[in-house]
Design a protein around this ligand. Structure first.
Ligand code: SAM
Length: 331
């Protein structure tokens, strides 16, 4: 498996407090000066590109909270070897930023929407902002940040009813969206208990009760179609399907009920500059320290190549980290 994807957290700050990610009262953030600066990120991505990284996904925290986000996308898109730049966002600022991001070179967006019901959305995220997110989705489609993918985490007792799940799936029927159901991953004591996890098999059964059997698909225009049209699996972790007659697709990311370590092509860099070969890695490599200690490009490339080579040694099964924060690492 070639390692060609970097998931880069550009801030640990977020304007939502999702119950499964960064709920109140956990308000700890790293110091602003510990967050990677603009020039540091650009240099790191350039060095990664020289080591074979082709795809960069910007995440957080909430990446669109960074004031320099459009300039950052423009600069990263100009790096030789970077072929695909995408963002994972809660979509709240997307309506105003989508056109600028597209012009700067952003190709795609993933937008988190855990419910199409305004009250439930507020209960999960702590904020009554669903209308702003929906505006962001429409704008992303209008400026062709496509395929627009929706990320939905289903949590027991919150958004796991047949009605709520079907309403999320409905979005892929009416619109050319890819609605992906992500299994909840228990991360630490302040998020929801592990028992709140809902397996994707249950989610799929609800959807099939409404639409009948889903058929295999890959999302249109998506570079994840690496395994050909007969496969439901792209180079990413989702399996894609379609409800009959739908405009979009339905994806399942089943990281808890299954593993996809053998097809994982990504490294993660936290906003504080820690490089993680795996989400579950107990050890994170301090790339920021190397950068701030004045290491040369040659030295840093050597370091990155070593981590890329060692990546296969880190898997969910042998990286026994018990407590972590998706918001801090960058989900
Ligand atoms: N703020 C952005 C957003 O809301 O999409 C980006 C950061 S968020 C950490 C990235 C993704 O991680 C979101 O799609 C979110 O649903 C997912 N996520 C966060 N915590 C999770 C958890 N405990 N289990 C599964 N997915 C999680």
């Amino acid at each position: 498996m070639s390692i060609d994807c970097l998931r880069l957290s550009v801030t640990d700050r977020c304007n939502l407090r999702c119950v499964y990610c960064h709920p109140l009262p956990d308000c700890s953030f790293i110091e602003p000066e510990e967050i990677l600066g603009f020039e540091e990120i650009v240099r790191i991505v350039r060095l990664f590109a020289e080591c074979g990284i082709k795809k960069v996904r910007l995440t957080g925290g909430e990446p669109l909270l960074r004031r320099d986000i459009i300039r950052l996308v423009r600069e990263l898109a100009a790096i030789a070897g970077i072929e695909d730049i995408s963002v994972t966002t809660n979509g709240i600022f997307l309506e105003s930023l989508a056109a600028g991001l597209k012009t700067a070179g952003l190709q795609r967006v993933n937008i988190s929407v855990d419910s199409t019901d305004r009250k439930t959305y507020e209960r999960i995220t702590g904020h009554d902002l669903l209308p702003a997110v929906l505006e962001g989705i429409y704008k992303a489609m209008a400026v062709e940040l496509t395929p627009v993918k929706i990320n939905s985490v289903i949590i027991k007792g919150l958004n796991d009813s047949e009605e709520q799940i079907a309403a999320l799936a409905d979005m892929s029927v009416d619109l050319p969206l890819s609605v992906r159901f992500i299994e909840y991953c228990p991360t630490n004591r302040s998020t929801r208990p592990a028992t709140d996890y809902v397996p994707n098999a249950e989610v799929r059964a609800f959807i099939e009760r409404k639409y009948g059997p889903l058929v295999g698909a890959t999302p249109r225009g998506c570079p994840e179609q690496a395994h050909g049209p007969a496969s439901t699996r792209g180079s990413g972790p989702a399996d894609y399907f379609k409800a009959p007659g739908s405009a979009g697709t339905i994806g399942f990311i089943s990281g808890r009920s299954s593993t996809f370590c053998s097809s994982c092509s990504r490294l993660r860099l936290t906003s504080g500059g820690k490089l993680m070969p795996c989400l579950y890695s107990t050890h994170a490599h301090d790339l920021k320290r190397l950068i701030r200690n004045g290491q040369s490009d040659l030295q840093i490339r050597g370091f990155l190549r070593r981590i890329i080579t060692e990546k296969a040694n880190y898997t969910k099964l042998n990286s026994p980290k018990e407590e972590f924060s998706m918001c801090k690492i960058g989900g």
